[in-house]
Design a protein around this ligand. Structure first.
Ligand SMILES: NC(=O)c1ccc[n+]([C@@H]2O[C@H](COP(=O)([O-])OP(=O)(O)OC[C@H]3O[C@@H](n4cnc5c(N)ncnc54)[C@H](O)[C@@H]3O)[C@@H](O)[C@H]2O)c1
Length: 278
């Protein structure tokens, strides 16, 4: 082993790397923050989303970091869209070092016995099959390069039960966590690392809209906050540091990890009292 003084400092920058972030079109969303964060860390970032307007806004912001980025409308649940997206990445960059999968579908929040089969199917198609199709396309490229890193965005919902109609969403997130582990084991020897970031309740445009309704603000929000030991909702920017770390050489031996970035939510014992008496 080399003496510590001869070891170079760990590299956290992503200079020269090519990253693709799917689901980067929601301004104020996690994908949007991650796309800009990876660019700030030095990566050339391509983005995809089904929301053309949001995609264009993220692309304009990314242009501050270099040439106009590749921004493509693509539904990750549609195999032809995924093929076309990755073919465009091939044409534009000739390589792919980092894939970050962010999109999710959650068309209806109803009790499981009332869930429409079509909504169940849509959640599976986007949240699970879509992630798999993108991982598969990325792996084919990364295998020939002998190098690569995939980050799937999971959820605290994939590790614990949330109730409130979250069943199909939670099931897909749990499956993404397991897919992350399987891929990490399958391809770790080929120089490819696969990890997941598990967010908790985050102040995104979706949650902001809920906060407009008194019922959510007065009844649901306090319960959410009671489960977040840091006493605040997460912010999309909270995920940037962990994602840059996972994508960087500093995390070269980090593989198959499900990293909660949740203010301590998953560490909390739901049955405890959590507070000291005043
Ligand atoms: N926001 C939270 O509180 C929270 C909590 C835990 C986990 N997460 C996870 O974090 C990720 C991002 O959440 P967010 O709240 O920032 O989402 P968001 O709505 O802000 O962004 C998701 C983006 O994905 C896009 N998208 C949806 N379906 C798509 C498809 N089929 N193909 C391509 N793009 C598609 C949307 O247009 C949107 O731009 C999701 O995977 C979500 O499950 C979020």
């Amino acid at each position: 082993m080399r003496p510590a003084s001869n070891c170079p400092p760990p590299r956290f920058d992503l200079d020269g790397r090519v990253a693709l972030v799917t689901g980067a079109g929601a301004n104020g969303g996690i994908g949007h923050a991650l796309a800009l964060g990876l660019a700030r860390a030095g990566a050339r970032v391509a983005i995809a989303d089904i929301d053309a307007e949001g995609l264009a806004t993220t692309a304009r912001e990314l242009a501050d970091f270099g040439p106009a980025p590749l921004a493509r409308i693509a539904d990750i649940a549609v195999a032809e869209d995924v093929d076309a997206l990755f073919a465009e990445v091939d044409r534009e960059f000739g390589r792919l070092d980092i894939l970050v999968n962010v999109p999710f579908a959650f068309p209806s929040r109803v009790r499981p016995h009332e869930l429409a089969a079509a909504d169940w199917e849509r959640m599976l198609a986007v949240n699970l099959t879509g992630y798999f199709l993108c991982c598969q396309a990325a792996l084919r490229r990364m295998l020939s390069a002998g190098l690569g890193c995939i980050i799937n965005i999971g959820s605290n919902a994939g590790e614990t039960a949330l109730g409130r109609g979250a069943l199909p969403y939670s099931c897909t997130k749990a499956a993404v966590h397991q897919m992350t582990r399987e891929l990490a084991v399958e391809y770790g020897g080929a120089g490819i690392r696969v990890n997941a970031i598990l967010p908790a309740q985050t102040l995104t445009p979706g949650l902001r809209a809920h906060l407009e309704t008194p019922r959510f603000r007065d009844h649901v929000l306090p319960r959410i906050l009671a489960g977040l030991p840091q006493g605040r909702l997460l912010d999309p920017e909270d995920y940037v540091g962990p994602a840059v770390f996972l994508a960087s050489d500093a995390a070269r031996a980090v593989n198959g990890v499900l990293l909660p970035v949740d203010g301590g939510n998953l560490a909390m014992n739901g049955g405890g009292s959590h507070t000291w008496p005043a």
